[in-house]
Design a protein around this ligand. Structure first.
Ligand code: THU
Length: 161
């Protein structure tokens, strides 16, 4: 028997002012893109903006539906858009922000489990880590160096291909 341990390091910043110019720009884009969300049911508006390895910028926001399970998170809208517009191009960084209805957006939110699974496979198939910048409209910001760090022991395509 062996005890095993998985850990990862990430960075915490007190505010957007501590980020590099490029990262601050991307997070501000994600903040703006929350306004494109279609979230009449949850009234929780998420924006995700990717900087691709070829320098292009692609945005996504959550898109809900009266049939609730048909709704999509901002992150998966973004991944599908990137893959459709720029097939096979890797993603360097995704910034994610949000606005709640009445609640204060002053701390980072983390991608849901399904989106972690989707980002893991995107990383794997492009053979490139996706860096995450997570922050609300104000307050602390997390930078996660590689999205798959958020999904240890993932189920991967290796089991099926
Ligand atoms: N949502 C996202 O877009 N990304 C996340 O990482 C978490 C949740 C959306 C899904 C739904 O439209 C709303 O936020 C409330 O769950």
């Amino acid at each position: 028997m062996y005890d095993k341990k998985i850990e990862f390091s990430y960075q915490e910043f007190n505010s957007i002012d501590e980020l590099s110019k490029e990262d601050a720009w991307l997070l501000n884009e994600a903040r703006d893109v929350t306004q494109q969300a279609y979230a009449p049911y949850s009234k929780f508006y998420v924006g995700a903006v990717a900087k691709l390895a070829n320098g292009e910028i692609v945005a996504g926001s959550n898109q809900e539906n009266a049939s609730f399970p048909a709704g999509l998170c901002a992150e998966r809208v973004l991944l599908a858009s990137v893959s459709s517009i720029y097939p096979k191009i890797a993603i360097d960084t995704i910034a994610i922000s949000y606005q709640g209805n009445g609640s204060v957006s002053n701390h980072p939110i983390s991608p849901c489990g399904v989106c972690r699974q989707s980002m893991q496979e995107f990383e794997q198939r492009t053979n490139h880590p996706i860096r995450l910048i997570l922050g609300g409209m104000e307050g602390k910001i997390f930078i996660i160096p590689k999205s798959s760090m958020l999904l240890p022991l993932a189920f991967t395509s290796g089991e099926l291909l």
